[in-house]
Design a protein around this ligand. Structure first.
Ligand code: AMP
Length: 237
């Protein structure tokens, strides 16, 4: 199977072949056509599955197909990630896959000066990749308008929850339009993620490429039934 058979435009197929990818990965095969149709997605996919391209490619295509906006470009796609490292990585993927398109993107995260980020936002960006805390700093200072967001992506949602970002995410959700496309990616699907998914996704298509919470293949697991008092001894043994 090739990338263009998934419905991707020539510019995106070219960017993918520039990267040297010959075939889409399973998560890309499942997610790309569905996202291109405009549907919401609940995807169980771990890092290393190619999930970033799985949402970035169709997101870029949908944004580039939209009507050009006159004047300053509003943020039309928002990608939330748990860490600055992941934000930077996703931001780089957006640049690389979008290199033959006329879209602008920016990455914002905490721990660095806010002013250069404000200047960048003022110039207008189509795609914003951000960590929740710094995003809210911008929103509360009035330097960011999320009222024109068409696509919202939560990447590594389970890690965002583990890091205590749920209240921040809920606040951000009040700033984005209700009518939008939402994509939720998570390595695991514990109950709080399912609740969040229920709240934010509309009739989502489920995509699952690894068993829920599956351990790494190199990890051997065994179960021994033992009295509580003997647990430590058995472990040492
Ligand atoms: P991710 O799961 O998004 O973190 O991606 C893991 C790695 O797979 C990244 O280094 C990507 O550059 C790479 N990758 C993504 N899609 C493909 C593909 N279709 N073929 C080969 N490598 C890929």
């Amino acid at each position: 199977m090739s990338f263009d058979s998934l419905g991707l435009s020539a510019e995106l197929v070219r960017a993918v072949s520039d990267k040297g990818y010959s075939e889409p990965t399973p998560v890309q095969r499942q997610a790309i056509p569905v996202i291109l149709e405009g549907r919401d997605i609940l995807a169980g996919a771990q890092t290393g599955t190619g999930k970033t391209a799985g949402f970035t490619l169709p997101m870029l295509q949908r944004l580039s197909a939209g009507k050009p906006v006159n004047g300053r470009r509003p943020v039309r796609a928002l990608v939330l990630t748990p860490t600055r490292e992941l934000a930077a990585q996703v931001g780089e993927s957006v640049e690389v896959y979008g290199r033959h398109l006329q879209l602008s993107s920016s990455v914002i995260f905490g721990g660095v000066k806010i002013n250069p980020q404000i200047q960048r936002l003022r110039r207008g960006v189509d795609i914003l990749v951000a960590t929740p805390g710094r995003l809210l700093d911008h929103a509360s200072q009035g330097t960011l308008d999320l009222s024109r967001v068409e696509i919202l992506v939560l990447d590594e949602a389970d890690r965002m929850l583990d890091m205590g970002f749920l209240p921040d995410i809920r606040r951000i959700l009040t700033d984005v339009p209700r009518k939008r496309q939402s994509l939720l990616f998570s390595a695991t699907m514990p109950a709080p993620i399912r609740t969040l998914a229920n709240d934010i996704l509309r009739d989502p298509v489920s995509v699952q490429v690894a068993r829920v919470s599956s351990p790494a293949e190199t990890v051997m697991q065994r179960v021994y039934h033992v009295e509580h008092s003997q647990k430590a001894n058995l472990l040492v043994h």
